[in-house]
Design a protein around this ligand. Structure first.
Ligand code: HEC
Ligand code: HEC
Length: 372
């Protein structure tokens, strides 16, 4: 403990505290909704917001803001060791960031930004969405690597956050420190001069918080903006191939050509007389025309995530039922059998009951809705 005249001094500016609060909320939201595929675009939106909050925090760290500037961080490894060894003992008090939180903050900024950057790559390559949607090509779809990297960075980010929280809790419980309160009211006890912001710093702080909130709202209300836009365009099959549309929508959902590989379409079209117990036979000329269209737009030639995954799951399997493909089974295995029997669904082949735009060739996670 410093022996001197201890008074309440201002340490954390309004902007630092607001940033800290927004970050806690945003990071909690982003991690929770990561578990829900149909909330993917919201996961991305909050991710972008976190990145912007961090970018401003980095600039803030180079501005002359007492305690918040990186210059005032304590990166001394000897201090860190001493701090950690005395976590439960009589450790030194720091007015600004202690050595552990100094390191944690830098790690969180770096891992947070890496998580967002790798997330943007996954969003583009796997989903065909966002600024990197042009990378939604077969070459990159092969690579689960990006997804693994994204997960790795996010988990590391989370680990540092938990370590940081553990540190704060220990400080609070063992040392009865005012660390939590200080992040709310901005004050700590100390014998130094407190923080004072210049007008420029106040303007910058306003821009920091303001633009982050603006970005969040803007992304939420304009789903077609570049950062989250969906590059998968709706297909009007009636215009693309009228015969396919007319013949194949008469008994059931119009299944997009990208949902099965070439071998399945050929097998199906060569045996329309015996089509799942129905006779769906057509003039040979029409059969050839539809077959050609299906083969040319089949799973192996599509950049869509569902196409790639169905195709990859099939290997030696040459089923002609989409619902018999391993990928389809895997993705629907958690849905109770009784759900498919609901009035508004009927049977498992009635895809459009749950996948709103499937007849336009779209299988967005965000469009999945199981009717009651
Ligand atoms: C005479 C009615 C009829 C016509 C016409 C028809 N089908 Fe079908 N189709 C069925 C039935 C019945 C099933 C079994 C699943 C069901 O009950 O919906 C089926 C199933 C399918 C499935 C498998 C769905 C699954 O559950 O995985 C595909 C794919 C399919 N049809 C494609 C086509 C295509 C392509 C055409 C156009 C050439 C076509 N069908 C025309 C009656 C028809
Ligand atoms: C009872 C509602 C329901 C029906 C009917 C249904 N699905 Fe699904 N489908 C879902 C749900 C829910 C998910 C998401 C599961 C998950 O999160 O893993 C899903 C996921 C998928 C996916 C993976 C999404 C992706 O991005 O790759 C594909 C592909 C798919 N469904 C295709 C179909 C097809 C084709 C049919 C019709 C033959 C069909 N589904 C019928 C509810 C349904």
């Amino acid at each position: 403990m410093v022996n001197g005249t201890m008074t309440k001094i201002y340490v954390w500016s309004f902007f630092t505290r607001l940033f800290h609060t927004l970050l806690i909320i945003a990071v909690s939201v982003v991690f929770v909704i990561a578990e829900f595929e149909n909330l993917l675009s919201y996961h991305a939106i909050v991710g972008y917001t976190i990145a912007l909050l961090f970018v401003f925090r980095i600039i803030w760290g180079f501005m002359d803001v007492k305690y918040s500037r990186f210059e005032d961080f304590n990166f001394n490894l000897k201090d860190l060791r001493e701090y950690m060894l005395n976590v439960f003992g009589d450790k030194k008090e720091y007015t600004g960031h202690n050595p552990a939180s100094s390191w944690a903050i830098i790690a969180m900024i770096i891992l947070g930004l890496l998580s967002v950057a790798s997330g943007i790559i996954v969003y583009g390559t796997q989903e065909g969405m966002g600024i990197l949607s042009f990378l939604n090509i077969s070459l990159f779809k092969e690579m689960d690597l990006f997804e693994d990297i994204h997960e790795l960075f996010s988990n590391a980010f989370m680990a540092v956050i938990f370590a940081h929280i553990a540190g704060v809790v220990t400080d609070k419980v063992v040392h009865k420190s005012k660390v939590v309160e200080s992040m709310i009211d901005g004050y700590k006890n100390g014998d130094e001069d407190g923080l004072e912001l210049t007008l420029l710093q106040k303007l910058f702080g306003t821009l920091w918080i303001g633009s982050s909130i603006f970005l969040l709202i803007y992304l939420l209300i304009s789903p077609s903006n570049l950062l989250i836009a969906d590059a998968n365009k709706a297909i009007d099959y009636k215009v693309e191939h009228k015969l396919f549309y007319d013949e194949c929508i008469s008994c059931h959902t119009l299944y997009s050509p990208h949902l099965l590989p070439k071998k399945s379409w050929v097998k199906m079209m060569d045996n329309l007389e015996n089509h799942f117990g129905d006779d769906a036979s057509l003039e040979q000329e029409d059969v050839d025309s539809i077959k050609k269209y299906l083969v040319n737009n089949s799973a192996e030639d599509s950049t869509k995530e569902s196409a790639f995954k169905i195709f990859k799951s099939m290997e030696a399997n040459d089923t002609i039922a989409i619902t018999e493909t391993p990928y389809w089974k895997k993705r629907h295995k958690d849905i109770e059998k009784s759900v498919f029997k609901r009035k508004k669904i009927g049977n498992i082949s009635n895809c459009k009951a749950c996948h709103k735009n499937i007849e336009q060739g779209l299988l967005n996670d965000k469009d999945i809705k199981i009717p009651e």
